[in-house]
Design a binder for this molecule. Structure first.
Ligand code: MG
Ligand code: MG
Length: 253
């Protein structure tokens, strides 16, 4: 069931989103060769606590195998849900950072993909197209329009560039919980409700250089491309009002 938000509730989600984007602005320059992903996770955890929020992703999922970190860091062929570790970032890595904050019960969700120093042309092109897929998905959000317009916009642009769209993982409603209804796919399938005032969703294209097929590693979290080729991921939290649409998270430069 879709839980629509009041303007007051959206104001709370907006505050959470602004905090999250401020975090990304400070985090992005730290993603450099030599730093380990667990160091980045500790930095994120401390930043969120100091800012007065809670890391929304920490402990998510199955109680027997909860997500053990405050941020998902997925490198190269890793698509999403990468677990921070002793792995060092190296030049040429394509690093997806996905984080959420719980601020006074209001949840935000954003992801960016960082090109570390000199990435291949293939990686740069994939990242640019994925970012544009997100923008096209956002442009498809209109009060009264159907949800799958987003998937059409995202997938058409990805396929026109010869890329695969991850279809087993999707965007989602957000704001009161990390994952709410509706499911927001990047390839058109499933329910197609109208987008009405009070809808708050995370749109998050996951685009692969090869096919859209993915596997999950033995850690039961890390999602990787089935063909081992690169993947990129961008995400914003978006609110629908009666007569306009607002991207609540900030675009990170
Ligand atoms: Mg996310
Ligand atoms: Mg999300």
């Amino acid at each position: 069931m879709i839980r629509l938000k009041t303007e007051e509730q959206i104001a709370g989600i907006r505050r959470s989103c602004k905090m999250l984007s401020a975090l990304f602005c400070e985090l992005k320059p730290l993603v450099k060769p030599g730093i380990t992903t667990i160091e980045l996770d500790r930095w994120v955890h401390n930043w969120i606590q100091k800012a007065g929020g809670k890391p929304a992703f920490l402990g998510q999922g199955d109680r027997k195998n909860p997500f053990p970190a405050s941020i998902c860091i997925s490198i190269n062929e890793q698509v999403i849900h990468g677990i921070p570790s002793k792995r060092k970032i190296v030049s040429g890595d394509l690093v997806s950072l996905d984080c959420g904050i719980d601020l006074d019960g209001f949840i935000s969700d954003q992801a960016i993909t960082v090109e570390v120093e000199n990435v291949s042309d293939e990686a740069h092109q994939l990242n640019s197209v994925t970012r544009e897929c997100l923008e096209r998905g956002i442009a498809a959000v209109k009060p009264g329009a159907r949800l799958l317009h987003i998937a059409h916009a995202v997938s058409e642009y990805a396929h026109a560039n010869g890329y695969g769209v991850v279809y087993q993982y999707c965007g989602h409603g957000v704001g009161f919980a990390v994952h709410e209804d509706p499911t927001v796919p990047n390839e058109p399938h499933g329910a197609n409700p109208r987008m009405s005032a009070g809808l708050v969703i995370a749109i998050e294209p996951m685009i692969n250089a090869g096919t859209g097929d993915v596997d999950v590693l033995d850690d039961k979290w890390t999602v990787v491309t089935a063909d081992g080729r690169l993947s990129a991921h961008w995400e914003h939290t978006i609110a629908v009002f009666k007569d306009h649409v607002e991207v609540l998270t900030e675009r990170i430069v």
